[in-house]
Ligand binder design. Sequence first.
Ligand code: ATP
Length: 264
Amino acid sequence: MSLLEAKRLEKHYGGHVVLEGLDFTVDAGEFVTLVGASGCGKTTFLKMLLGTERISSGEFILDGRPIPDEPGPDRGVVFQKYSVFPHLTVLGNVMIAEELEQSRLLGKCFGAARRRAADKARERIAQVGLDQALAKYPHELSGGMQQRLAIAQALMMRPRILLLDEPFGALDPGIRQDMHELITRLWQEQQLTIFMITHDLKEAFALGTRLWVFDKLRHDPQAPEAFGATITYDLPIGRHAPPEDLPAHLAARGIETLTQETLI
Ligand SMILES: Nc1ncnc2c1ncn2[C@@H]1O[C@H](COP(=O)(O)OP(=O)(O)OP(=O)(O)O)[C@@H](O)[C@H]1O
């Protein structure tokens, strides 16, 4: 059985069709990279997978059952801009996921449960290379370190699926390379299934095992919101540079915005 399956999946906001006609299956262990013009619905797709946005029609199936319409510990998420809590230390930021799970009212646990949560958090923090920064607050960390912290936070509940929404978009190229190595190691060690949005086609090819290009197949100039985007390309990729003809290939399908944005 596939991990995830969509059949004729659609998302509308009122009369605004954002996504339509999504049909795919994804197996556990895949690393899917999502590219597409700004505003075409990539984040909306991740939110439906996370459970913070409901699907409008069609089917969206996780482990053979309709996807829950609320987030769960099996799905972790990292956004581009810092999703960490500014008033908590590195250790506190990673422990909070476990503490909220155990004590929804207080957001804090005590005694042996707290020690267990702290041990688990230290392990995750070490996995992302922040063990020297346990007592620091987010404002004392670089952008790359803050994203490492956000990843440790997302991994605290041992998710099977990791959702990454342009997680490295704001980082310098050198730091991005370090983050690529980190995410590749975590994907392999933790046997994660990853969905990652990026505006960088080279990054999509460097990290993914499969590339999805989101774009509209149908346009009505009189009613721009009448049709949504779908997955126009679903390419298996082998962790190497994009084929040289891909930009032209995409442009020939009318995806100029994407090629300009991603291949500068
Ligand atoms: N809660 C909402 N209510 C109404 N419209 C929304 C809502 N969330 C998103 N949209 C609309 O859905 C469309 C897709 O937005 P989304 O953020 O998913 O695009 P995106 O592909 O992730 O864009 P970007 O690459 O710029 O982040 C946009 O037109 C946006 O305005």
